[in-house]
Design a protein around this ligand. Structure first.
Ligand SMILES: [Zn+2]
Length: 215
């Protein structure tokens, strides 16, 4: 904890001091244009990897960057609540679902359920990603563990992009052309970020020049 307290002092004495006017403006309202959904993994820092400032990303994090299908959890679905607020109130223009390398959740879905018996909430939560496991076992039965891991992490992003489209208000905004979905994959060891190109059905490296057609 000591390190964190020191960090607070450092933040207040340097960054905040320099950006006082910015934080004053920010204190009045938030108007992020992006809903960023990623894993709780401590190694991911959405603001750092996109070099964005406070106020720019509305962030939802959970184990495995999973989006429960619209009807999967009837009440107390915090992911659904955040998506509702981001799409209907903040009116974000883009939703990014970002998976990552070495994702413990995507390893855990292949484990024997008994290994998670002392973590019943986690076990239940990961059941939401069962379709990902089924797809991988069906279409890639012979791959090595390493390749299977990468495929699972990527397929999970696609599965969650599919799930978010089961939310009627998301579908409506997509149809109106006011909302766009993006699937990303972050490689922790290289710093590379890939985007899902649906016309090629492949994850492609996001280059320095950014994406064609994107501002
Ligand atoms: Zn993860």
């Amino acid at each position: 904890m000591k390190k964190l307290y020191k960090g607070i002092h450092k933040f207040q004495g340097s960054y905040f001091k320099k950006e006082k006017a910015f934080f004053k403006r920010l204190s009045k309202r938030q108007a992020p244009e992006v809903l960023f959904i990623t894993c709780s993994d401590s190694r991911i820092d959405p603001n750092l990897v996109t070099q964005s400032k406070p106020g720019e990303l509305f962030i939802v994090r959970n184990i495995g960057n999973i989006i429960p299908p619209y009807d999967a959890i009837k009440d107390k679905n915090s992911v659904a609540a955040a998506i509702e607020f981001a799409v209907l109130s903040l009116k974000v223009k883009d939703i990014i679902v970002c998976g990552h390398s070495n994702c413990g959740a995507m390893q855990a879905i292949f484990k024997d359920e008994r290994e998670l018996r002392n973590m019943p909430h986690l076990k239940d939560w990961l059941k939401l990603a069962a379709p990902v496991k089924d797809i991988v076992l069906k279409h890639y039965p012979e791959t090595s563990a390493e390749i299977r891991q990468r495929i699972t992490e990527e397929k999970n992003v696609l599965c969650q992009l599919h799930n978010i489209q089961t939310y009627p208000f998301v579908q409506e905004a997509l149809n109106e052309g006011v909302l766009h979905l993006h699937g990303w994959y972050y490689n922790i060891g290289t710093g590379s970020i890939y985007y899902y190109n649906s016309s090629e059905d492949a994850f492609e490296l996001i280059s320095e020049q950014g994406m064609k057609g994107d501002k």
